[in-house]
Design a protein around this ligand. Structure first.
Ligand code: ADP
Length: 530
């Protein structure tokens, strides 16, 4: 008798083959089931309790998944999907989870019939290509220069998120902010970096109607010497620095040993001379405003204010970057290397204002800002936080439609059109791939089905009627009215979704499903990486 060969360590647990696959599917389905009822306008709320008894009430799929604690690895990777979707396109976070859960659900009978996961994935990916082609065909182009149309579109896309009456204001702010920071890169490409260049500043007080997108930048700072420096300058020349204007500190700790009293005097004198020289250099460019990220000593303040220069110190790097972009300046590290072209002259007004108890610096009326601050006012911090979250979603939508100005009908209409087309094309596909291909069509119907379910109507009746409407590629804009559960033309209801979001949602869902299907072994208790 041969002795048994031990390959895996005794505490490594192994789950393999069908068991691992079905386990993953069950976990993914469980995650999808949790948030299924939060899709669409008639979504239910979830009450989440944490260990300390804190309660969160929300109907945002992504927020729910962020809060809950799961242990199964496949469930964790599903939750990760929703986060990625939120980061990449900022919307469709609930849909992507429901859809990928369903993609796995329809794979279950195929696995039971001994379909190899590779075959299933091939069928899925083929269906994905065809789905994208269909979405391309039924999408509508929009005119990004038509402001009113753009605002309506943004408002209809974020319809499910807004329960307040400020939807149109949010859409206007979002569109203004996105159009301000949008840069044409040529060849039909655009760069819109909301995170970096459109900053939201919340100042409690005032009314919601006072919210606005500045044609420039605002930050929470006052001038260094309020009595001696001007607080309002029209058409300022702005110089931006990221070096200190004070005695030089060593990188870490510096000890200077002095033996004679005169040396101390010399040291102080040298410092004074250095600051005077630097300030002179700065003043020779005749800036009206000097802004630095680092410190500015009393001595430097003295020299600058004597030269009639207004100075601001210790602003954040991110704010400095925004100012640079808004006024056309370059941030300089060494004053001795200053050039005329480094000075920003694009701003119309520099002004320090007192709002509430604090001073804020406004650099506004810029000719061509390319960076902006969105100023939010509202009764309290909580109101402002809610407005900020809503605005963040609205900016995501605005960004998507400005970058890729195409829309698809919502309410499950686009999913039904794709499903109908896939069913039709499936017959022409040779071999066993036909079955997984067809399954994708079946899975896509989960979106309209869930919308109908959440309205509490007879799902089978509504779905059959909708499938009949979509047969042969007709009535591509018919879907579910998310409020009543009736069948409507989305053109009339005005529910649209950005093309980019829909494509990304379907792509992510299918690719994630394929990835989970290809796992045939779960090994736990493996060695930690050193
Ligand atoms: P997500 O986080 O995936 O964006 P939502 O809860 O915002 O989830 O739901 C979006 C889905 O609801 C989309 O499929 C959209 O088409 C649909 N929807 C939104 N409003 C309506 C409406 N008034 N009628 C029908 N469907 C709607």
């Amino acid at each position: 008798m041969q002795a048994p060969v031990m390959v895996l360590n005794a505490n490594t647990k192994r789950e393999s083959g069908r068991k691992a696959q079905l386990g993953n599917i069950a976990a993914a389905k469980a995650v999808a089931d949790i948030i299924r009822t939060t899709l669409g306008p008639r979504s239910m709320l979830k009450m989440l309790l944490d260990a300390t008894g804190g309660i969160v009430l929300t109907n945002d799929g992504n927020a729910i998944l962020r809060e809950i604690d799961v242990s199964h690895p496949a469930a964790k990777s599903m939750i990760e999907l929703s986060r990625t979707q939120d980061e990449q396109v900022g919307d469709g976070t609930t849909s992507v989870i429901i859809l990928s859960g369903e993609m796995l659900h329809v794979a279950e009978p195929l696995l039971e019939k001994n379909f190899h996961p590779t075959v299933i994935c091939r069928g899925y990916l083929k269906a994905l290509d065809d789905a994208i082609a269909t979405i391309d065909r039924i999408s509508f182009p929009i005119d990004t220069n038509d402001r009113q149309q753009m605002i309506n579109i943004i408002q209809s896309c974020i319809g499910t998120k807004f329960t307040n009456r400020f939807g149109s204001l949010m859409s206007e702010l979002a569109l203004d902010a996105v159009q301000t920071v949008s840069v044409d890169l040529g060849a039909g490409k655009r760069e819109i970096d909301i995170k970096k260049y459109a900053k939201i500043e919340k100042i409690p007080g005032g009314r919601i109607e006072d919210c606005r997108v500045l044609k420039g930048v605002m930050f929470n700072k006052d001038v260094v010497a309020p009595g001696k420096m001007k607080r309002r300058i029209e058409h300022p020349r702005i110089m931006l620095l990221d070096c200190p204007l004070e005695y030089k500190k060593g990188e870490n700790q510096t000890n200077v040993e002095l033996t004679k009293e005169e040396d101390w005097a010399t040291l102080l004198q040298m410092e004074e001379e250095w600051i005077q020289k630097t300030c002179k250099q700065i003043a020779s460019f005749k800036p009206d405003v000097v802004i630095t990220e680092k410190g500015l000593s009393d001595l430097a303040t003295h020299f600058l204010s004597k030269a009639g220069i207004t100075a601001i110190r210790r602003i954040r790097k991110t704010d400095n970057n925004r100012i640079a972009r808004a006024v056309g300046a370059t941030i300089v590290n060494r004053p001795e290397e200053l050039k005329e072209s480094d000075i920003g002259t694009g701003a119309g007004l520099f002004e320090v204002q007192k709002l509430g108890d604090e001073y804020f610096t406004f650099i506004v009326d810029c000719e061509n800002p390319k960076a902006c601050t969105v100023l939010l006012r509202g009764a309290s911090k909580d109101v402002l936080n809610e407005v900020e979250r809503n605005l963040h979603d609205a900016m995501g939508v605005a960004r998507n439609v400005v970058i890729d100005p195409k829309l698809v009908p919502g309410g499950g209409a686009v999913e039904l059109s794709v499903a109908a087309e896939i069913k039709e094309k499936a017959e022409a596909i040779e071999g066993v791939e036909q079955y997984p291909y067809k399954a994708v069509g079946q899975a896509l119907e989960v979106i309209p089905r869930t919308l109908a379910q959440n309205c509490g109507v007879n799902v089978i009746r509504v779905m059959t009627a909708l499938q009949a409407k979509h047969a042969n590629g007709a009535n591509t804009t018919f879907g579910i009215n998310g409020n009543t559960g009736e069948i409507v033309d989305m053109k009339e209801l005005g529910v649209w979704e950005p093309y980019a979001v829909k494509v990304q949602t379907i792509k992510t869902a299918i690719e994630a499903a394929c990835m989970l299907l290809r796992i045939d072994d779960i090994l736990s208790g493996i060695k930690k990486k050193q």
